[in-house]
Design a protein around this ligand. Structure first.
Ligand code: NOJ
Ligand code: CA
Length: 567
């Protein structure tokens, strides 16, 4: 059990000065140095290519399938797409394990399809970023095949090997080495699964008694880095709009005294500045204070406060264990103050450097919909859209797709990931409109429930989650105070208490967001130093709100949220 720090973010007043500036349109303005202007009101949509839409009936989604669905994607109001890996791969880790960085996996199509996808997206004003996975390769990547050979060659040092097959490493690197593979007398280091050998970015502080630990400036390390920059430019020249960098903090091994992991990413940023000035780089680092020295944005994800938002109940149901409670569970036992203490630690120090992304669901987590209703889900999405930074919506969450149980643990998915990677549900028809293949041929089974949430049904219902989500996305484009960079101030965030209230401000615009995921109604009283008396409801439920002087009191019904504009 972690020690819970008391969060002192309660009753912070908004400074008068922050509401006296000039109102500025969202687009085209940015307070982050050299961040692309389009990101200020961007909403991303994450697509898992294998399960989005199968256009040729082989049971696996493909790039052409995504192209066919671009009009739907555009209609959501999102402005950009993050595509999970679509490269040639043996698929031991769903395509994160790349065997050819320069080639689309045949099951998804061809490089020409990728190029067409970028072009067709651009025609609709959508940008596309790709997964740049460079901390390791697939076990059968030709570079690794060469590196395994007993005779020295160009690739010998491109991976991290020790120099004695009988010698297991101890300390920091214990359990990271794989023994007994290839003809070379040594063990190789993995970066994630055993079949994902770590590419060699060198050691920050090489141990002088271990000659195999190369320094980060070793010519072979430098050659590898240059090759990986070529990979980046290859896809950017093909038409991509940026990257999501997998395990971005895991390049240099050991203590990175010179910060060379960041140095590499800064070099990529420099290439962006010079060659692709509107490109966006996002990291999976989960420590914005480090990541934002180089990246425009960081997924703040792998920290325990994250699970305190939506995932605890899911883990309990799926795996039978999980300590504590999530704030967004209706039992009302969560603790937003704990999450916020972690968040503010990062936000306060990075808000002028880059953006924090809170991934409310992705391919590595259970779906948001584990025993949740559309009302519960809308509220979580409202939170995601109104927090600072850039919202990412995982495919299917806009219609409330459910986490599926007892899925085959294919391609290294494992529970709960497989149950969150199932085919998109387009209709109630065969295979839920995902594919014309036989059910048994599908990449993963579809949700077979008669009540499976699906696009066709929800489009017809004005009160559906899909239509509510569209309205929330729309707000992000029309409200300057929801710009990625607009100021965030927690106003009511108490230990083990509901609701959670915060403001977003930009220029003369002030929004108040009130969120009560608990079944029980909740009351709050807090201070706000803004000379406005009227509250215009922009989204959610009308609440009873009173303002006397600087004191506001709110009665929030059970399972409710509202976004108010102060007038
Ligand atoms: C994070 C990716 O999102 C995940 O799916 C993958 O398994 C690991 N990194 C290893 O790349
Ligand atoms: Ca297909």
């Amino acid at each position: 059990m972690h020690t819970r720090k008391l969060f002192i973010g309660v009753c912070l007043a908004i400074g008068m000065s922050s509401v006296q500036g000039q109102q500025t349109a969202i687009m085209g303005r940015n307070n982050i140095p050299d961040a692309p202007s389009w990101v200020a009101d961007a909403v991303f949509y994450q697509i898992y290519p294998q399960t989005y839409y199968d256009s040729n009936g082989d049971g696996i989604g493909d790039l052409n399938g995504i192209i066919l669905k671009l009009d739907y994607i555009k209609s959501l109001g999102v402005t950009a797409i993050w595509l999970n890996p679509f490269f040639e791969s043996p698929f031991n880790d769903a395509g994160y394990d790349i065997r050819d960085y320069y080639k689309v996996a045949p099951r998804y199509g061809t490089n020409a399809d990728a190029q067409r996808l970028f072009q067709e997206a651009h025609k609709r004003g959508l940008r596309v970023i790709f997964d740049y996975v460079i901390t390791y390769t697939a076990i059968d990547h030709p570079w690794f095949v060469e590196s395994c050979k007993g005779t020295p060659n160009k690739y010998t040092n491109w991976y991290v090997w020790n120099d004695n097959a009988w010698k297991m490493e101890e300390g920091e690197f214990a359990n990271r080495f794989i023994q007994g593979y290839g003809q070379r007398n040594g063990n190789f280091m993995r970066n994630f699964y055993w079949s994902e050998p770590a590419l060699n970015f060198g050691f920050g502080k090489p141990d002088s008694s271990k000659a195999w630990q190369l320094p980060t400036h070793h010519p072979d390390v430098v050659a590898l880095r240059e090759e990986l920059k070529k990979v980046f430019c290859f896809w950017m020249d093909m038409g991509a709009d940026g990257i999501r960098a997998d395990m971005a903090g895991a390049l240099v091994k050991g203590t990175d005294v010179n910060g060379d992991t960041k140095t590499f990413w800064k070099e990529i940023r420099q290439i962006i500045k010079e060659k692709y000035p509107q490109a966006f780089m996002v990291s999976e680092w989960s420590y914005p204070k480090d990541a934002l020295d180089a990246f425009h944005a960081d997924f703040f994800h792998w920290f325990d406060g994250y699970n305190d938002l939506t995932q605890k109940e899911s883990w309990r149901i799926l795996n039978g264990y999980s300590e504590g409670h999530s704030f967004f569970d209706k039992e009302g036992k969560g603790n937003i103050a704990y999450f916020l203490s972690k968040y503010m630690e990062q936000y306060s120090e990075t808000k002028s450097k880059g953006y924090i992304i809170l991934p409310l669901g992705n391919h590595d987590n259970a779906r948001m919909n584990v025993n949740r209703t559309p009302d519960d889900l809308e509220l979580i999405i409202a939170f995601g859209i109104t927090m600072p930074g850039v919202p990412f919506i995982y495919y299917g969450n806009e219609i409330g797709m459910r986490q599926l149980y007892d899925m085959p643990q294919i391609e290294g998915a494992y529970r709960p990931r497989a149950g969150a990677r199932t085919p998109m549900q387009w209709t109630l028809g065969k295979n839920r409109g995902f594919s014309s293949a036989d059910f048994s041929k599908l990449y993963l089974p579809v949700d077979t429930g008669n009540d499976a949430p699906n696009v066709e049904t929800e489009l017809k219902d004005p009160a559906s989650l899909l239509n509510r989500v569209k309205k929330l996305i729309h707000l992000k484009h029309t409200e300057p105070a929801l710009a990625a960079y607009a100021e965030f101030t927690p106003l009511y965030a108490k230990e083990n208490t509901y609701p959670f209230i915060y403001s977003r401000t930009h220029g003369s615009d002030v929004l108040l967001v009130i969120i009560n995921p608990a079944e029980k109604p909740a009351k709050a009283e807090f201070q706000i130093n803004v000379p406005r008396e009227k509250f215009q409801l922009l989204a959610g439920k009308k609440m009873v709100i009173n303002k006397k002087g600087n004191t506001i009191s709110v009665d929030a019904p059970g399972i409710s949220f509202s976004v108010y504009k102060l007038k």
